[in-house]
Design a protein around this ligand. Structure first.
Ligand SMILES: [Zn+2]
Length: 99
């Protein structure tokens, strides 16, 4: 089992132009930047194998675990982070992965 820290994301607007974008890719690595770029489905497969994904808030230094999340508007599979059993927007506040 492995743990991966998500340090950046790529988002794409999808089903509904009025809705906020969905995360479609995440980069895992450390403060220096990402070393691997994943699609959401690759992350799902890895989670099913028992691996964990998390983020660290730049402001609080707090760790938030990342979970599968199905958009409640269009049903598209994406990801969300939560700490203390509350959803937070850590993933949304991460920088864009620089290619
Ligand atoms: Zn949606």
């Amino acid at each position: 089992m492995a743990e991966y820290r998500i340090v950046c994301t790529l988002q794409s607007p999808t089903c509904n132009p009025l809705e906020s974008a969905h995360i479609v890719n995440v980069g895992t690595g450390d403060q220096q930047g990402y070393s691997r770029l994943w699609t959401v489905s690759e992350v799902y497969v890895s989670m099913d194998l028992g691996n964990k994904f998390y983020t660290i808030s730049p402001s609080s230094g707090k760790r938030a675990n990342v979970y599968k999340y199905q958009c409640n508007k269009c049903g598209k599979p994406t990801l969300r982070s939560a700490s203390d059993n509350k959803w937070d927007n850590n993933l949304d506040s991460l920088p864009v992965c620089q290619r």
